[in-house]
Design a protein around this ligand. Structure first.
Ligand SMILES: Nc1ncnc2c1ncn2[C@@H]1O[C@H](COP(=O)(O)OP(=O)(O)O)[C@@H](O)[C@H]1O
Ligand SMILES: [Mg+2]
Length: 491
């Protein structure tokens, strides 16, 4: 597997059209040839570059998505261009924390605390100081799937060959562990923002609290969320002011009701108690006249870290091209599915404006996309996540808005999602024989693909290690190569 660095990047046979480093970000290395040529994603202008990433759990979908986000960030910036990267994160990962802790403990045991602290000052701060503070430690230990502000130290010691001299996975790809600047948007946060920041890399992370303007919440959604019965007097009144008069400020509604309606004390009390609940919910942005104020923090409190913002403004105002944006749908945020779908839709609305106005390329990442859009049967316009995806596919092309989506099963998803993708990657193995059938149709050279389908036996589990981070990449769904995917530089 070892390859001499000098030979990398030389031109090879005609059958491989995508090895031009100026055409786009570095994807990884070919598997089938001796020279293991480097492969690049040929970015197209005025055309969608949607990428679908498929594969059974545990082979490296999330890792490759992270690597792709890193690759795009690097590519655009090396070329002096801005890019808006938005990643929907589904979960955090306690086992990742445990592996990082083991790495740190091991380093300390082998080389001593002084050496370890000099090598990784942040890990020293995190494990030796923060994790030992009583009030914080109970909240720590949950780095996100996309903890991109922490370098991926764990892969640093992975070798691809030992002889004639050791070559690590990173150096083989010409990469190194690296932290990226992120902005993490959390909604109705479930733990201290400082803990979320510390778990995801500390200083290079900004944590902001996302809010949805109440005007974006339909009455129907509100009624479901707060169990507002339809038949009641207060339900009818609230519906009238919300839906017909379009007043979405609890205080304003109460004022108007007092002035204009002749209602019983009981109806008023019911209405007021619902509006109090809405007003108290940290997800919503009430009214439109609030002035932004910085989050108040006690001197010496664990919350007092720079880079934490909790201002009354719509979450979409936080989107930035200066950092990688992470939409935190892990358990850091307390959201139901309908709210997540609404957030996805509002985000798309805003991104459409940004892309049109600023002429900036946009890349949106959805890991485990089936969780958000649901199955093929749920693909209707009432499903805001599906509506967003459908519109992105339809209108994104001319706006340079691209989607990277990952999932374990294709066959449960709407077929248009797959047929609308420019490229399809398969990592490790497929999880269902039905997906192999779909791929054979979706990919032009699909009938000659030998992609294994795995059913989770013990033998397969033992073989899994060797297949991690490897698989197939189908360019334009026309031309498929077997390759070693670029590893993720961040955690
Ligand atoms: N290129 C690679 N080389 C070695 N290990 C990898 C590689 N890519 C992923 N892994 C490891 O495989 C495991 C599963 O990866 P993950 O990206 O979470 O898979 P998935 O999202 O498909 O379930 C992780 O522990 C990750 O560190
Ligand atoms: Mg995953």
């Amino acid at each position: 597997m070892a390859v001499s660095a000098k030979r990398v990047g030389t031109t090879v046979g005609m059958e491989i059209p995508h090895f031009n480093p100026t055409s786009g970000p570095y994807l990884g290395r070919l598997m089938s040839t001796n020279r293991k040529e480097r492969v690049y994603l040929p970015l197209k202008v005025g055309e969608a570059n949607h990428i679908f990433i498929l594969g059974k759990t545990g082979y490296g979908k999330t890792s490759f998505m992270k690597a792709l986000a890193e690759a795009l960030w690097e590519y655009y910036h090396e070329n002096g261009r801005e890019v808006l990267i938005v990643i929907f994160e589904r979960k955090y990962d306690y086992s990742k924390f445990q592996r990082l802790k083991a790495y740190w403990t091991n380093l300390v045991n082998e080389a001593g605390l002084d050496y370890a602290s000099k090598k990784h000052p942040y890990l020293a701060y995190y494990f030796e100081k923060k994790l030992k503070q009583e009030h914080l430690k109970q909240h720590l230990g949950y780095p996100g799937d996309f903890a991109m502000s922490l370098p991926n130290y764990l892969l640093e010691n992975v070798l691809v060959s030992r002889r004639p001299y050791p070559v690590t996975l990173f150096t083989w790809h010409g990469l190194e562990a690296k932290a990226f600047k992120t902005r993490r948007i959390v909604f109705r946060p479930t733990r201290p923002l400082a803990a979320i920041k510390l778990d995801n890399g500390g200083k290079p992370v900004e944590v902001v609290v996302g809010r949805i303007p109440l005007r974006d919440i339909s009455f129907d959604m509100l009624a479901r969320k707060f169990d507002i019965p339809r038949g009641t007097a207060y339900g009818r009144i609230l519906r009238k002011y919300w839906k017909v008069y379009k007043i979405h400020d609890p205080d304003e509604i109460l004022r108007r009701v007092q002035q204009e309606e002749n209602i019983s004390g009981r109806t008023y009390e019911s209405l007021k108690s619902i509006l109090d609940e809405i007003r108290a919910d940290p997800l919503y942005l009430k009214g439109s006249v609030l002035k932004p104020k910085a989050e108040k923090v006690e001197e010496n409190s664990p919350e007092k870290l720079p880079g934490i913002y909790d201002e009354p403004k719509p979450f979409t105002d936080y989107l930035t091209t200066k950092r990688i944006n992470i939409i935190d749908f892990s358990d850091n945020s307390e959201l139901d599915l309908e709210e997540q779908r609404l957030i996805m839709y509002l985000l798309w609305q805003k991104i459409k404006l940004i892309a049109g106005r600023n002429r900036v390329d946009v890349w949106i990442f959805f890991d485990e996309i089936q969780d958000l859009i649901g199955t093929a049967g749920e693909a209707s316009r009432h499903n805001l996540a599906w509506k967003a995806i459908e519109e992105i596919y339809r209108k994104g092309r001319s706006l340079s808005i691209n989607v990277v989506a990952g999932t374990q099963y294709l066959y449960k998803l709407p077929m248009s999602l797959i047929m609308g993708a420019a490229h399809i990657a398969v990592i490790g193995a497929l999880a269902s024989p039905k997906d192999l059938d779909i791929l054979r149709v979706a990919i032009m050279d699909g009938d000659r693909l030998r992609i294994p389908v795995e059913h989770g036996s013990f033998e397969e589990f033992m073989k899994r290690r060797r297949k991690k981070g490897r698989g197939w990449f189908s360019f334009d769904r026309e031309f498929t190569v077997k390759m070693y995917f670029r590893p993720n530089q961040s955690f």
